[in-house]
Write a protein that binds this ligand. Structure first.
Ligand SMILES: Nc1ncnc2c1ncn2[C@@H]1O[C@H](COP(=O)(O)OP(=O)(O)OP(=O)(O)O)[C@@H](O)[C@H]1O
Length: 267
């Protein structure tokens, strides 16, 4: 059944639905890559594709073949260039469709057990953060969740020490040889210090945010770890989760968010 007839074009309900869905998809991709270097690549690729459609419609066979080859190789290149954006996009979909995160649904519909306390005790971390923030000591703390962070640990100095507030304070003391970079915490242990984290190229981060904060966001984009930063300049605490940075979080809020985020199902 046709909805509109535009000259030789018959547009039906399905075509309208198709065009709307493609428009929403392109808009979502655009908002994800907006501001980054990848956005220029995205717009460039879109233009090449539109040019290809015109060339094909005109019946220019040689140019169509060349562009087809370019577009198919380009699709592979796009996946590599947009790694971070694709990951963010899938995480977003995964998060918004993960009904299993709702405690009521977990318990009564999925018949899954309750959530346990995080495997890493939060008290030493929170106490250390409070003190470091009060002293304006810069710090970067990565708390492992489910993803394997061996590569990150290997980029720094392996410690495998019991997690404690005094040890965290000693590491982030400005005279400590371990204070630069990030500390990696997993299963109640400080696995490593001086770790190097991936840096985010998110153009929407405030210009005042330096590399410590960009590294926190980058790490939370690339993995499911929770990352805490303490600013050396302002003493402000921030928390990065799934690529989002919560700037100027209070200790109380930090505790709530961490214990909720790091809780795992009881076996
Ligand atoms: N990629 C990274 N991985 C791990 N640590 C990093 C990384 N980039 C920066 N850092 C740490 O952050 C420290 C401070 O960096 P910078 O001053 O650029 O950050 P900032 O976000 O402005 O933080 P602050 O508010 O504390 O100044 C560096 O000395 C280093 O210890």
């Amino acid at each position: 059944m046709f909805l509109i007839r535009l000259g030789f074009l018959d547009i039906g309900w399905l075509d309208v639905l198709d065009i709307t869905l493609v428009a929403i998809l392109i808009y979502q991709i655009y908002t994800l890559v907006r501001g980054s270097v990848a956005s220029r690549v995205f717009v460039g690729y879109l233009f090449v594709y539109l040019f290809y459609l015109v060339v094909k419609a005109l019946g220019l066979n040689l140019l169509t073949t060349i562009l087809e080859y370019f577009i198919s190789v380009g699709a592979l290149a796009l996946i590599i260039i947009f790694q971070q954006e694709i990951r963010r996009f899938l995480l977003l979909i995964g998060k918004s469709t993960n009904i299993g995160n709702n405690p009521w649904i977990r318990k009564w519909l999925l018949r899954q057990p309750d959530l346990t306390e995080p495997t890493t005790p939060l008290k030493p971390i929170l106490d250390a953060c409070k003190m470091l923030a009060a002293e304006f000591s810069g710090a970067l703390l990565v708390i492992q969740h489910n993803d394997d962070l061996t590569k990150i640990a290997d980029s720094g100095e392996l410690l495998n020490a019991e997690l404690s507030k005094p040890l965290l304070l000693a590491i982030f003391n400005q005279y400590s040889p371990l204070h630069d970079g990030a500390v990696l915490i997993a299963d109640g242990h400080i696995r490593a210090a001086r770790c190097i984290l991936p840096v985010s190229d998110d153009a929407e981060l405030p210009a005042t945010m330096g590399f410590r904060h960009r590294a926190a966001v980058g790490m939370s984009e690339a993995t499911d770890a929770a990352v805490i930063t303490i600013s050396e300049e302002t003493g402000r605490l921030s928390l990065a989760l799934n690529g989002e940075l919560i700037i100027g979080i209070t200790i109380h809020e930090l505790e709530e968010r961490l214990s909720q985020y790091l809780s795992k199902p009881r076996n």
